[in-house]
Design a protein around this ligand. Structure first.
Ligand code: HEC
Ligand SMILES: [Cu+2]
Length: 348
């Protein structure tokens, strides 16, 4: 009777697990989520990782249910009872069968988990690269991301644009991961697993987002004081949107005579040592490329929205937003900052 009851509670627990997993599946809509989510994969590598994690959860969940079930059963069945409270239970010293069983079964389970994990790792790493693939070089900096598109000669920062890659017409993006300083880690959970950016050790990963929209992620390897404000934004565009974005990024910086005084401030300050604006004397590479600053929705690696007020506050004192950021406060007066912001605001 006891066994019957514990069996039905095991069945109940298993049912609950499946129900939870199913509701997670159904509850999350397809496409990009408002928060970085590992529960809503939308790219082949992320899907494979999720199916692996379900498999691991199933096995470890079954182990938990068996162990917890037996424990509860034994605690109840062999609880102290009045008549034989003083009676010592039979003592067992060494049993070959029992010891073999609890050695061999866990070893087999670990081997199975190891082999399935290795299979998924190799399936993702060795996936053949189609001709339609786009190459992007990602360079991690303290505390921002640089994106280079070698085929187009584009350099941008913090907001990665890639084409959508529907299963019917795959256009995956292959990322070459480098670092300018310390270890960083590229992690957009809906699109793929974490991959580290290690100085002098190029890593690769690929993503093939199935829906358009904005996918969020962040640096997943502690890289210094502002690591937490090193966010990632991946815009998955339709082919038309992507072509238009590329075309715009290929243009040199806008030269608007109305903001010549702001450009003059920029070109005569140390800004040019750290930033590039194509078509000007600014050729620095220590900080983000500003040629198309206005095509980005955020500044400082997602730390703030790209608004004139935030730009003003940022240039006056980057530490106000991002204490520890590697851009110095430039000690400019209000008029110079206003002129600079007016100029930067034309860089579409
Ligand atoms: C010593 C190098 C250095 C100098 C000088 C410098 N910057 Fe920066 N700048 C940086 C770095 C590094 C970042 C990225 C900071 C981060 O996100 O953590 C940055 C970020 C920015 C951003 C945000 C860009 C983005 O897309 O997130 C703007 C705008 C900017 N700088 C403007 C200026 C202006 C204007 C000047 C001159 C008044 C200037 N910077 C001087 C290094 C510099
Ligand atoms: Cu980082």
């Amino acid at each position: 009777m006891h066994t019957g009851r514990s069996l039905s509670s095991i069945r109940y627990l298993l049912g609950l697990c499946f129900y939870l997993m199913l509701s997670v599946r159904i509850g999350l809509a397809q496409g990009p989520q408002a928060v970085p989510s590992t529960l809503a994969p939308d790219s082949t590598p992320a899907h494979e990782i999720q199916s692996l994690s379900h498999f691991v959860l199933l096995i470890t969940g079954a182990i938990f249910v068996v162990v917890a079930g037996l424990l509860v059963y034994i605690v109840i069945k062999f609880r102290a009872r009045e008549p034989d409270a003083q009676h010592e239970p039979p003592q067992v010293y060494g049993s070959l069968q029992v010891e073999l069983a609890w050695t061999v079964i866990p070893v087999l389970i670990v081997v199975v988990l190891f082999l399935t994990t290795a299979r998924i790792i190799f399936a993702i790493q060795d996936a053949p690269k189609p001709k339609s693939a786009l190459d992007v070089t990602v360079i991690g900096h303290q505390f921002w991301w640089e994106f280079r598109y070698p085929k187009f000669g584009i350099v941008t920062a913090n907001e990665l644009h890639v084409p959508v890659s529907p299963e019917s017409d795959p256009k995956p993006t292959y990322l070459q991961l480098l670092s300018a300083d310390v270890d960083h880690s590229f992690w957009v959970p809906q699109l793929g697993g974490k991959t580290d950016l290690i100085p002098n050790h190029p890593n690769q990963m690929w993503i093939d987002p199935h829906h358009t929209g904005l996918y969020l992620g962040q640096c997943a390897q502690f890289c210094g004081v502002e690591h937490a404000k090193m966010l990632l934004r991946v815009y998955v565009d339709t082919p038309g949107q992507f072509a238009a974005w590329v075309k715009n990024q290929e243009q040199p910086g806008v030269r608007d005579a109305a903001v010549a005084s702001g450009r003059h401030v920029f070109e005569t300050q140390a800004c040019v040592n750290c930033h590039t604006i194509a078509g000007t004397i600014a050729k620095g590479t220590f900080g983000p490329d500003l040629t198309h600053l206005m095509s980005r929705a955020t500044i400082a690696a997602g730390a703030a929205a790209n608004t004139p007020d935030n730009l003003r506050a940022w240039i006056k004192d980057p530490n106000a937003f991002k204490p520890g950021s590697l851009m110095p406060a430039m000690q400019l007066n209000d008029e110079e900052v206003n002129e600079l912001v007016a100029y930067l605001s034309t860089l579409h």
